[in-house]
Design a protein around this ligand. Structure first.
Ligand code: SF4
Length: 341
C-alpha cells in the first residue's frame, strides 16, 4: 500500500509525476494534510477529480480510528488508536504550562520486556511506519487548540529498534510544511540500544536523548531490564557521553522509583558513584502500582529522601509530576485492557 503520510513533499512530487499527475500538486496535498486537517482525497477540492479518484484507489489515506479516549482532571488525554490492520497503539496528550506535548508510540508491542512495563506483556508485534507516527499527531488535532510544543517518543516500543522510520519521522515533522517542530522540542527515550545511540549522535539532529537507567548496577538493572544483559551500564554511559560530546545536548537519565527495589539509600549512594560529576539530568519517575507483576510505588518520604540525597551530592534531579495517572496513563495499560476485553 502506498503510504503518503510517510512521504516528504519531494517524495510525493516524484510519486505524483511517476503516476501521471502534476508534481506541484504535492504542495497542495501537504497543505490539506498538515494545515487544513483534510484527510479525505475527495475533499481536496483543488485536485482534479481524476487525481482524487486515482489517489483514493492507489493510496488511500488512513487516520487511525479512536477506539477509546480517556481524559484526566489535569487535562491529559489518552487515545487508543486502531491502525489499518486492526492493531492498536496508545498516544497521550499532556498539557504543560509551557504548551502541549504528545507522547507517541513507535512500535506495536515491544520486545525489550522491562519488568515494570505493560507494553511488553503481549510481546512485539511490528514496527510502526513513519506515517503511522505522523497519524498519531494528526489524531490529536481536534484536542489541541494551541500549537504543539513538543513530542516525546516514550510510548509503546523501543524507538531505536525502529531506527529508520523514527529518524524519518523526526526529520519530517521538523519541516516547515508539516509541524515545523524544532529538534530541541523532540525527545527520544531509549532503553539503551548502544550501537543506535552512536548512530543517533551522527544524525546532526540535536534532539533530547533520554536513557532509561532505572538501576545503579548491572546486577539490579538486569533484573528489571533484560536488555541490560546485552548492553551493560559502562557501554550505555559511554554512548551517552558520546552523544553529549557530539550534540552538546545534555542526556536525561530516567529512573523509575520502585518500592523495595531501587529507591533506597544504598541505590542512591551507588547512583552518585556512577553519575557524580557528569553533565546530565536525572528524571525520577514514581512507578504506577502494578499488581500484575508486584511492583509498587515507594512512600512519599522514601522518594523525597532518595531525590534529596542525589541533589545534596550535586546531581541535577527532578521528581516527575505524574500526569494522567488516574487514566491508565502508564505505558501500555490501556492497550492491554483493550486486548483483554
Ligand atoms: S519501557 Fe519502553 S523499552 Fe521497556 S518494555 Fe516498555 S516500551 Fe519497551
Amino acid at each position: 500500500m502506498t503510504d503518503i503520510l510517510s512521504m516528504t513533499e519531494q517524495e510525493l512530487r516524484h510519486f505524483l509525476e511517476d503516476n501521471g499527475m502534476k508534481p506541484f500538486r504535492a504542495s497542495q496535498i501537504f497543505h490539506y494534510l498538515y494545515k487544513e486537517n483534510i484527510w479525505k482525497w475527495q475533499d481536496m477540492r483543488l485536485l482534479p477529480q481524476k487525481d482524487r479518484d486515482y489517489l483514493q484507489e492507489k493510496a488511500p489515506l488512513y487516520i487511525p480510528e479512536v477506539v477509546s479516549r480517556l481524559e484526566a482532571p489535569d487535562g491529559t488525554v489518552k487515545l487508543l488508536l486502531r491502525l489499518f490492520d486492526g492493531h492498536t497503539v496508545e498516544t497521550v496528550l499532556m498539557r504543560h504550562p509551557y504548551g502541549n506535548s504528545i507522547c507517541l508510540s513507535s512500535q506495536v508491542g515491544c520486545a525489550v520486556n522491562c519488568a515494570f512495563c505493560a507494553s511488553a506483556k503481549n510481546g512485539f508485534v511490528r514496527n510502526l511506519t513513519t506515517g503511522e507516527m505522523i497519524s498519531q499527531l494528526l489524531a490529536f488535532r481536534k484536542y489541541v487548540t494551541s500549537d504543539l510544543h513538543s513530542i516525546v517518543l516514550m510510548g509503546t516500543g523501543e524507538p531505536l529498534l525502529n531506527y529508520d522510520a523514527v529518524i524519518k519521522f523526526m526529520r519530517l515533522i521538523h519541516e516547515k510544511n508539516t509541524f515545523y517542530l524544532g529538534y530541541r522540542n523532540m525527545t527520544l527515550s531509549t532503553s539503551g540500544i548502544v550501537p543506535r545511540m552512536y548512530d543517533l549522535a551522527a544524525e546532526e539532529m540535536p534532539i533530547t536523548l533520554a536513557v532509561s537507567l532505572h538501576a545503579p548496577t548491572d546486577e539490579l538493572r538486569r533484573k528489571i531490564m533484560p536488555i541490560a544483559e546485552r548492553y551493560p551500564l559502562k557501554q550505555v554511559l559511554e554512548a551517552a557521553d558520546h552523544y553529549f560530546q557530539e550534540t552538546g545536548r545534555k542526556v536525561t537519565f530516567e529512573y523509575i522509583l520502585i518500592k523495595d527495589v531501587n529507591c533506597n539509600p544504598n541505590c542512591a549512594r551507588k547512583l552518585i558513584e556512577l553519575l557524580g560529576g557528569k553533565n546530565i539530568l536525572i528524571n525520577a519517575i514514581p512507578i504506577n502500582d502494578n499488581y500484575d507483576v508486584g511492583l509498587y510505588r515507594p512512600g512519599q518520604k522514601a522518594m523525597r529522601d532518595f531525590v534529596e540525597t542525589l541533589q545534596h551530592h550535586g546531581l541535577s534531579v527532578t521528581l516527575r509530576h505524574e500526569m494522567g495517572s488516574k487514566i491508565q496513563a502508564a505505558c501500555g495499560q490501556l492497550r492491554i485492557k483493550h486486548l483483554n476485553t
